[in-house]
Design a protein around this ligand. Sequence first.
Ligand code: URP
Ligand code: ZN
Ligand code: ZN
Ligand code: ZN
Length: 483
Amino acid sequence: MSKVIKNGTVVTADLTYKADVLIEGDVITAIGPDLQGDEVLDATGCYIMPGGIDPHTHLEMPFMGTYSADDFESGTRAALAGGTTMVVDFALPSPGQGMLDALQMWDNKSTRAHCDYSFHMAVTWWDKQVFDEMPAVIERGITTFKHFMAYKGALMVNDDELYASFSRLSELGGIAMVHAENGDVVAELSAKLLAAGNTGPEAHAYSRPPQVEGEATNRAIMIADMAGVPLYVVHTSCEESHEAIRRARMAGKRVWGEPLIQHLTLDDSEYANADWDHAARRVMSPPFRNKQHQDSLWAGLQSGSLSCVATDHCAFTTEQKRNGVDDFTKIPNGTGGLEDRLPMLWTHGVNTGRLTPNEFVAVTSTNIAKILNCYPRKGAVLVGSDADLVVWDPEKSKTISATDQQSAIDYNVFEGQEVKGLPRYTLTRGRVAFADGAIIPEPGHGQFVARAPKGAVNEALSTWKELTAPRAVERSGIPATGV
Ligand code: URP
Ligand code: ZN
Ligand code: ZN
Ligand code: ZN
């Protein structure tokens, strides 16, 4: 049975035009005037945009002695309710665990997903087994590998491991990702704060100043450049890190930065809240920053020095956050945002004039699909693309509240925020999964999206690196060694 979306305006990363969109099965089969279909979805007053892609989630992730509370079922339900139609989650081997083994666990976790998903792989330790398994991971369609430069004693990898892994990825045509914070300095600052009696959630922010992020971002950029691999910096939260990315891009390096909707719209005053629960619920790494850093992130999206907006959705209940009631280093790090990313970015980006609707599509969907090499199957409104679409009503508004969210947790870090701009319909591969404020669930509808290695940026970078590689100088006469 075909569907046609009528009377709307198609908005993509580069075009805005009136057209109907015809969907047959999973894909878009026609775009143009006066199309007919068996079922009609009315988009009067709405924009028809590629569904959001969230390139950074942690669903049911084992972390800091517990598991993040949203799994693939509730997490992808939240995604669809907010206009996001694909999530990319991190398969996380525990130290010593093989990557293929971890992948099997993530395959099992994701069987009840409501929308399509892909995985990144995390490099949480390094030896020959990891080196040997990387090609098989890439073969499975997982081409992006995250390295934690923080979480010392748990997930952190050191510079020699970073360089070895980045070099391997360069050979294999993968992309390196980094959580850029100097874990050694964070550990020192945390110990000092605790020793001085600073045990509350505000000390989490003091233990991770912008300098730890700026230093690690610079280091990762230089190591990636020496290894010849493209680099994607996750959760860029401050000017110091943005400045490093901006400078690298200006110098022709292949580096992308990903601010989170939380860092764009919430600031560090949250940690000064007298209510312990309020502050602890907002503990994440990197922490929220002040307004100057926020302005820098917005400017980065406007100028193109930052490429994508993600959530890093890693939701913990209040009960779980209370694991750190006497010691901020034990508060599970992470916040939610899957349902709120698009409405919050539209409200604070498009409605304020910071972003055009086309730029909004670029940073929430198209740029991400291009970087992750699943464009134009995803991130596009084109004939042949998957019908992952959001029919966006710019006049629809609500007040964000945990009481009517899809996420499994008992609060929302955006509680009380007025948003204007919400989905009327969300379609996942042609299936209407959200209509007029209600989810129409189908756990298991979501499919894994395999991605090919050696994308255009990898090819260009390796061509350049080959051309500029050190070469021995050809000499005609070599002086005899004097004896
Ligand atoms: O605090 C955060 N960001 N938690 C999720 C794990 C990570 O570092 O991305
Ligand atoms: Zn991280
Ligand atoms: Zn993360
Ligand atoms: Zn289905």
